[in-house]
Design a protein around this ligand. Structure first.
Ligand code: GRG
Length: 421
């Protein structure tokens, strides 16, 4: 029902922007900067393929900063503004209600801990469910072999959307569980503009509430009866723990490669594997599933790289305006790692650690003289472009909703790199 309302909203939007005869979506490549490539251990086969196809068909090093235009035969008109979040607004509130229902617990204290970040007004940006719902529509393609309907206990298409919505719910629950545990580890006192759960109700309850959310996510996951999807999301939890541990282990191996691997585990694994799960539930081919994975992985990496810039700059462009929370916690991120490449003497400061506030000031001074912030932004743009390229490599579709959702996913890659909070 909600889905159908969502679809008619999409159709209305689409009629406005795609009305007329045959149209061609094309990429206007803008960014002509050659960016350094980094290798880290994720299944990057199709990303590499996408990069190669870009190189041959569109000419590297031009990376598409995804300024799309619709060519209406001879004329060319810019597309109207698209709000990815409003395309799935109805479904997002449906999911928010489901989440509140899923975290009801026997013991009142546990219930109030578990529901803490699902209450109205503290739901966060709902970035992950938005991506997953858009991906569900973007992959609404004919499939080679739909599973027999009795495997799922209902008709395939009607059930598919609710199974994909469940992935969005599970993903959000795992995300919130990890935030609760992260705040305990960081001894944080705020989250999403309110007191963090550990600050308000203590560490013990925050850990238990995180465990409880994780267990409810597991129950929901098991109900999907798809072992491949269960394996993907179980792996994500392992990645979250691995990433968090890599971040807290002070190591002399403060390299860009280590940082990107940690970032994949901590931030990008959840969204990339969830995107893949959406494709698998739809019965899509391995190639399509890998493109969905690549989109999520690169979007997640771009998201975190910008997060790391904003930690230094905040909403303004000037250094030191951010919360400086990472560096004060001794966490070395991309801007400092790039600055270290230009000023090797910065390594001594990094190796000493940042318990001494003077070291924070020295590091900021080097960072200001370096291209660290700029190179981090460039790397984020590179990953945002790879995410957009993964969407462009999906099998073509004439379906209006599919095309609009793909545009929205590409639009999100731009929002991620231009965001200021
Ligand atoms: C209990 C599953 C589980 C894991 C425990 C602590 C830990 C292991 C993992 C921490 C992973 C973590 C907190 C990664 C941070 C990812 C990140 C960038 C969060 C910020 O995401 P936003 O900005 O948050 O989307 P909102 O508040 O908008 O949802």
């Amino acid at each position: 029902m909600l889905f159908h309302r969502g679809l008619s909203r999409i159709s209305r939007n689409l009629r406005g922007s795609l009305n007329g005869t045959r149209r061609l979506l094309s990429i206007q490549e803008q960014n002509h900067q050659s960016l350094q490539s980094h290798h880290y251990h994720t299944p990057t086969g199709s990303t590499a393929k996408v990069m190669r196809s870009l190189a041959f068909s569109k000419g590297l090093p031009a990376l598409h900063s995804s300024r799309y235009q619709i060519h209406d035969q001879s004329s060319s008109i810019s597309e109207e503004e698209l709000d990815p979040f409003s395309l799935v607004a109805d479904e997002l509130s449906f999911i928010a209600n489901n989440l509140r229902a899923m975290v009801i617990a026997e013991v009142p204290k546990l219930a109030s801990g578990a529901e803490y970040f699902f209450k109205m007004g503290v739901e966060g940006k709902r970035f992950r469910p938005t991506v997953l719902l858009l991906m569900s529509t973007a992959l609404n393609l004919p499939i080679p072999k739909p599973p027999p309907s009795n495997d799922l206990g209902g008709t395939f298409t009607a059930d598919l959307r609710s199974r994909q919505q469940r992935i969005a719910e599970i993903t959000e629950m795992i995300h919130v569980a990890s935030l609760l545990h992260d705040d305990v580890l960081d001894d944080a006192d705020t989250r999403r503009g309110i007191g963090s759960l550990n600050f308000v109700m203590g560490n013990k309850l925050a850990v238990l509430a995180g465990d409880f959310l994780l267990s409810r996510a597991c129950v929901a996951l098991a109900s999907l009866k798809n072992t491949e999807v269960v394996s993907l999301l179980a792996k994500v939890v392992e990645h979250l723990v691995t990433g968090e541990t890599m971040q807290m282990s002070t190591t002399s191996d403060q390299s860009m490669e280590y940082y990107m691997q940690k970032t994949y585990y901590k931030t990008a694994s959840l969204i990339s594997n969830s995107c893949k799960a959406i494709a698998i539930l739809a019965g899509q081919t391995a190639d399509v599933a890998m493109l969905a994975f690549d989109y999520g992985k690169n979007l997640g990496l771009a998201f975190q790289l910008i997060d790391d810039v904003l930690d230094f700059t905040g909403t303004s462009a000037s250094l030191g305006k951010g919360s400086l929370s990472d560096i004060r916690h001794g966490i070395v991120t991309a801007p400092i790692l790039f600055a270290m490449e230009e000023f090797p003497q910065l390594r001594t400061v990094v190796d000493e650690g940042f318990d001494n506030p003077e070291n924070v000031d020295i590091a900021l001074e080097y960072l200001g003289k370096s291209r660290g912030i700029q190179r981090t932004r460039e790397l984020a743009i590179k990953h945002a472009d790879l995410a957009a390229a993964a969407i462009d490599s999906l099998p073509e579709s004439d379906d209006g909703e599919v095309r609009l959702s793909r545009r929205a996913l590409v639009d999100l890659t731009q929002r991620v790199i231009t965001r200021t909070k």
